[in-house]
Write a protein that binds this ligand. Sequence first.
Ligand code: SAH
Length: 350
Amino acid sequence: MRQIKTDIRSLTYEQLEGFVQSQNLPAFRTEQIFRWLHSGAESFDEMTNLPKSLRKLLDERACIHKTAVYKKLASKQDGTVKYVFELYDGSFVETVVMKYEHGYSVCLSTQVGCRMGCGFCQSTRSGLIRNLEAGEILGQLLAAQRDMSISISNIVLMGIGEPLDNFDNVVSFLKIVNHPKGVNIGYRHISLSTCGLVDGIDKLAKLNFPITLSISLHAPTDEKRSSIMPINKKYNVNSLISACRRYQSKTGRRISFEYSVINGVNDSPDDAKRLFSLLSGIMYHINLIPVNKIENGKYTAPVMKRIESFRNLLCSMGAVCTIRRTLGADISASCGQLRSKYETERRVGN
Ligand code: SAH
């Protein structure tokens, strides 16, 4: 019978220790292998301080899933780089690298597709194909670092997919990327964005990692939110905000609320007032994002003046609120757009 190979980059340090033990290898091999995997090795052959016989054994028992650059687009405006990576099964995911004054930040995908169904989002249009393994979430960061010869210092889980719908793999990813012998990115430099899976928020709070939780709120009432985000029918606005309060009292972390401003849907002065009172008592930051129109989509952004008035009204009431600067507008840096374009191209054989 053919043995199924272990997806070795998806193992936490402790799981790798277990694997090394199961192969009757000396314990010090764990650290060597872990360091190689997380400095971006793509094959066991690259692990030159391991004896050849061990590299051969690893190759027989384990595999490192590939994250191959399928397309790379660099913004001429601001240096943002977008990758479409091809995974071992031919799936595509998108990853964006942004440069800030203090270093590089990467936006990672957590699933191939998404089943949340938000009305303004491209990534969900053809549903969920599959979850990404922890090593595939990490693989995007490693492949980008390797390709650009940079070191990334901040992570946002805000690419394709709903991170809390792939909970266990995302948690393994967080543990692996935070490990001092690996990539070693501090939890305070990591944000996780969710459309509002309340049970997932509670599970995450229990782990008490000091990461930043971002909530894609987008509307202050059930009627409006349900019309653009089907998840609101399962977890309504009040249950979501209560989960945010529980998360904050457990972790002490400020919560970030994302609000994609949509013309005529959620951009009135009344919406701003309701939003403000909804968040009362929470320590937060609101990010306003002009909605990015998707192909054949019915939602468009208001003119900038209207978004500024919305922000000004919120600020005048005492809210902490900014309009997100858009990066990479010339390379479709918002997620999902390139994946679907190349999926279509490949289907029609371009
Ligand atoms: N599923 C997670 C993370 C992925 S989406 C979540 O919902 O948070 C990342 C962010 O982009 C979310 O805030 C999402 O609502 C927003 N988004 C998706 N499509 C968008 C669009 N067309 N315009 C503006 N924001 C969009």
